[in-house]
Design a protein around this ligand. Structure first.
Ligand SMILES: [Zn+2]
Length: 413
């Protein structure tokens, strides 16, 4: 990991009193990324333990829906008012406000991530008998559809993970193996997905077809072949699933689950830290950059970094009336990713910026991302600090850079 950048990292010693925020789970999806029911709680954090540090476990009792439950794990962030960010050995994280904490003790257990088999058992217990489990090298997939679809997803995600790792490795960005086995839930139908998502997210999922739950570290989706597949799914195989999902009308569906899986990978291989305050253009631009599916290859991933046929036309359209401060707006204004009117433009701009920087400013972009690797959970980057770091890597004249970016995108076909 690179030395943290002074301009983006809050260390307790540097800023003894720093605002941290305890957000609701972030729902990340290519259509409507936002904090679900966002609320910000200003607290003061005093300690940060980074992942990889072995520590005794904390045991916290908390009330969920009126029931007392016990969670055990390591503390990642502790707020001055007693609020906690706790990580369980499964990789689940809890943001606990002082009033959520009924009791808090410590035991002698050393923190250690659970195994794939242990996660499989936990998911079975939580989800019930309707689900079966498919395990791959890095993923534990609970599914209530055909095993062929679960196998197809496992293979797709493993290839994405390998591709992600080798893409950044070639750019001298050091990544790690996922510390935790990666959970994926596949619901059997759109209706089941809506039911599940509503319960988890506290509201109907709207047009979202998959999401990555930042605190649960879990990708949730449904069987994409169920809606327009007239044949019974029993007996379906990977080739037939590929055939269904290779249809042009399925492109966006597959891109979305790859997008969500990319968020999960990025947070688990150390490119990003969960709950750190990345600019939204980085979060979403990176996920969109990887979302071009590669259904044909069985081993590699040829889609990485290809022109994104969903984002490019949208971006070209919105560049037509580009304002002078268009780039600055993309860099600092996260609200554009949360408002229905601007969300698609914001995602397209984020994709385009990552596409441009990774191709034209390859070394500078890698150095910028290495600096962002130093961000820690629940820190806050002010707009001027974001701009300062961006200028440090890409130069002071943002208007000139923006003109070059616009010309570059307009040339893409
Ligand atoms: Zn996203």
């Amino acid at each position: 990991m690179d030395a943290p950048s002074r301009s983006t990292t809050r260390s307790p010693s540097r800023r003894a009193v720093s605002q941290a925020r305890f957000p609701r789970p972030r729902l990340v999806s290519h259509r409507a990324a936002s904090w679900i029911a966002p609320f910000w709680l200003a607290v003061f954090w005093i300690t940060v333990q980074t992942t990889g540090v072995v520590a005794a476990n904390e045991v916290v009792q908390t009330a969920v829906d009126g029931k007392l439950i016990t969670v055990e794990g390591r503390i990642l962030v502790e707020a001055q008012d007693g609020g906690l960010l706790l990580e369980e050995p499964s990789g689940r994280q809890w943001t606990l406000e002082p009033q959520d904490i009924v009791t808090r003790t410590r035991n002698d257990n050393q923190f250690a991530p659970i195994t794939s088999d242990e996660l499989a058992a936990l998911m079975r217990e939580r989800l019930g008998d309707g689900f079966q489990i498919h395990q791959t090298e890095h993923y534990v997939i609970a599914y209530e559809t055909s095993s062929a679809f679960a196998i197809w997803v496992g293979s797709l995600f493993e290839r994405l993970l390998r591709g992600f790792d080798s893409y950044w490795g070639q750019r001298d960005i050091e990544l790690n193996e996922p510390a935790f086995p990666l959970p994926v839930v596949i619901l059997g139908s759109r209706a089941r997905f809506e039911q599940y998502a509503e319960q988890e997210l506290g509201g109907p999922p709207g047009s979202i077809i998959a999401y990555y739950h930042l605190l649960h570290n879990e990708v949730v989706m449904y069987d994409l072949t169920e809606s327009d597949d007239p044949e019974p799914r029993r007996g379906s195989n990977a080739d037939r699933i590929n055939a269904v999902l290779s249809r042009p009308e399925a492109y966006g569906l597959v891109a979305t689950i790859v997008h969500e899986a990319t968020h999960q990978v990025s947070y688990n291989v150390g490119l990003q830290q969960r709950l750190a305050d990345y600019p939204m253009w980085v979060n979403e631009g990176m996920a969109a950059f990887f979302e071009t599916p590669d259904l044909r290859s069985r081993t590699g991933w040829r889609g990485i970094g290809q022109l994104n046929p969903l984002r490019l036309p949208q971006l070209k359209q919105c560049l037509l009336d580009r304002e002078a401060d268009g780039l600055v707006r993309t860099l600092v204004d996260d609200q554009r990713f949360k408002s229905g009117e601007t969300v698609l433009d914001a995602y397209a701009e984020a994709w385009g910026l990552v596409y441009y920087l990774s191709r034209v400013k390859r070394d500078e972009f890698a150095a910028y991302l290495r600096d962002l690797q130093g961000l820690t959970p629940l820190g806050v980057s002010a707009a001027d600090e974001r701009l300062e770091l961006f200028r440090e890597h890409f130069g002071q004249d943002l208007e000139a850079l923006d003109r070059e970016f616009v010309r570059y995108i307009q040339r893409q076909r």
